[in-house]
Design a protein around this ligand. Structure first.
Ligand code: HEM
Length: 538
């Protein structure tokens, strides 16, 4: 196949033919016909009705009528930027064959989209929420997407709870209130019945949920992924982005005022910083765990509600990302970019984390809904720099004009596509993990500790940070009408830290009871499958 080399500017050059200056051109129809007048429709007499013949009006109106596509079902509001990633050296060669992480001479183009999670496209930037931090690396081996967040853990452990989580936190189904706020009964009802959420709740109540700037925010891959090196040896890996400016937050009062005075606060800050040459930078680092150490922790590496404490596995910095160019067109680039945790390159693979496994299905599925077409990978912002050859030639809005009769494999009539690449010519080969077990709809008992890391988080906070968490709980939980829900939530807090629970309880009109039992939430009754697992069948 043709040489596959990318440079910092490769993506810009690929996008160049699609860019268009408007200035200095005659206006035309979509067919290129020059227009002499666009202020009035074609009428039968200057005061008469508009006539069907008016192709210019019909085309202009129709295009406008179809200008909206569905917003993302989560992470609807976001801001994007172009840039590049460069590895510091080749030290990662020992761990991964992913070239963009091991070749210090390549600047791999990237597109990053930062987002809020809950609010709609027009919602305010500074609400209390998780922030998305999604990076598309246009590598010479294909697009690699690191679709992360600004918090290292997640709300739930299994993808089958995602629809429930999002339904509970999105506006209520009857009256579509409240917008973009966790301060409502449905979310806290769900949270109080799902003890696995507790670690994430602590992050969401903390100042991390109020970033002062997208430039001053860390990012996390959250799940445990896998690195595979040239020899085929695999290791577990967690990804971290660290802002070189440090992580900074707003205080709640600022966040609330900005939501009214400048709902575009984070978007504007990113845009203006890049526009003025003040380029945001993020360092990528990794925590690597040997396969034989998989079970040496007191939590499960496959559990996305857990971090690997850095005291146990330090981070190794491996390279830097610089965001140095604003998009030209919000819709074409930021809105149409489509990330997917299953966009992998040789040297990086997934694990059996049951949350990640579900994401591997969800993103492609939702994007086919969002774009009404399976051809969205042909949209300029999504196009890989690596050449694309396969037999997927048709479908809505197909752009590529594939030649030849054979659009199937195998074929013997020639001219067909594709050839199969061997692994040593850059083919992705799934890591041959041995998998065995009974078919079972249940969760591993090793996912059952929902409090220790929440406590670790609370203990790691300074006094001021703890005060902010308590105040956030007063505000968010204080809005919950149901006393039963407030009571249950404070019960969980008592298992994280009794003093914390007492401080929250004092502000939300409930009392703390000793010995709160997580099983009292009802959710933790074992189903038959779990009982069987406890009895040794797994
Ligand atoms: C966006 C599903 C968990 C980070 C999305 C979208 C869906 C989705 C459907 C909209 C995508 C689009 O329309 O293009 C899920 C499911 C999850 C899950 C089913 C769990 C089962 C996570 C986790 C993270 C994450 C754990 C972080 C590690 C993101 C980000 C975006 C996103 C950053 C926005 C991407 C963009 O900027 O376009 N997710 N998600 N999600 N998700 Fe998830």
């Amino acid at each position: 196949d043709k040489a596959r080399t990318v440079s910092q500017d490769s993506k810009k050059q690929q996008l160049d033919p699609y860019r268009q200056e408007k200035e200095g051109h005659y206006m035309t129809t979509d067919q290129g016909l020059r227009i002499n007048h666009t202020d009035d429709s074609l009428k039968a007499g200057s005061r008469g009705p508009t006539i069907m013949e008016d192709f210019h009006f019909r085309e202009k109106m129709t295009h406008f009528d179809h200008e909206n596509i569905p917003e993302r079902v989560v992470h609807a509001r976001g801001s994007g930027a172009h840039g590049y990633f460069q590895a510091y050296d080749d030290s990662m060669k020992k761990y991964t064959k992913a070239k963009f992480l091991t070749d210090p001479n390549t600047k791999t183009p990237v597109f990053v989209r930062f987002s809020t999670v809950v609010g709609s496209r027009g919602s305010a930037d500074t609400v209390r929420d998780v922030r998305g931090f999604a990076t598309k690396f246009y590598t010479e081996e294909g697009n690699y997407d690191l679709v992360g967040n600004n918090m290292p853990v997640f709300f739930i452990q299994d993808a089958n709870k995602f629809a429930d989580l999002v339904h509970s936190i999105k506006p209520d189904p009857d009256n579509e209130m409240p917008q973009a706020s966790a301060a409502h009964d449905t979310f806290w009802d769900f949270a109080s019945l799902m003890p696995e959420i507790n670690h994430m709740i602590m992050w969401v109540l903390s100042d991390r949920a109020l970033p002062r700037s997208f430039r001053m925010m860390d990012g996390f891959g959250v799940h445990t992924f896998r690195f595979i090196n040239e020899e085929g040896k695999a290791r577990f890996v967690k990804f971290h982005w660290r802002s070189t400016l440090g992580a900074h937050s707003l205080v709640w009062d600022e966040a609330q005022k900005l939501a009214g005075k400048d709902p575009d606060w984070l978007r504007r800050d990113l845009w203006e910083a890049i526009d003025s040459g003040n380029y945001p930078e993020f360092e990528l680092s990794v925590q690597i765990v040997e396969e034989e150490d998989e079970f040496k922790f007191d939590f499960d590496l496959l559990d996305a509600t857990k971090i690997i404490p850095e005291e146990l596995v330090p981070r190794k910095p491996i390279g830097k990302m610089v965001l140095n160019r604003n998009p030209d067109n919000f819709f074409a680039e930021t809105e149409q970019v489509a990330f997917h945790p299953g966009n992998l390159v040789p040297g990086i693979d997934v694990t059996n984390d049951p949350l990640l496994q579900g994401r591997l299905f969800s993103y492609l599925d939702t994007q086919i809904n969002r774009f009404s077409s399976a051809n969205f990978a042909e949209v300029p912002i999504n196009r890989p720099l690596a050449p694309v050859h396969n037999n997927q030639e048709a479908g809505f809005m197909r752009q590529t004009i594939n030649k030849g009769k054979a659009n199937y494999w195998p074929n013997s009539i020639g001219g067909g596509c594709p050839m199969m690449a061997p692994e040593n010519q850059g083919a992705f080969v799934h890591y041959m993990e041995k998998v065995e077990g009974h078919k079972i709809r249940a969760r591993s008992q090793s996912f059952n500790d929902h409090y220790s890391q929440a406590t670790l988080f609370w203990n790691s906070m300074t006094e001021v940070e703890q005060k902010h968490i308590v105040e956030a709980a007063h505000f968010e939980l204080g809005k919950v009408e149901s006393k039963e829900i407030r009571q249950r939530m404070v019960g969980h807090f008592s298992k994280i830290d009794m003093n914390f629970a007492k401080m929250v309880a004092a502000g939300v009109g409930v009392e703390v009871h000793e010995n709160f039992d997580q099983e009292s939430t009802g959710h933790y009754e074992d189903n038959e499958a779990s009982k069987q697992m406890k009895n040794g069948k797994s």
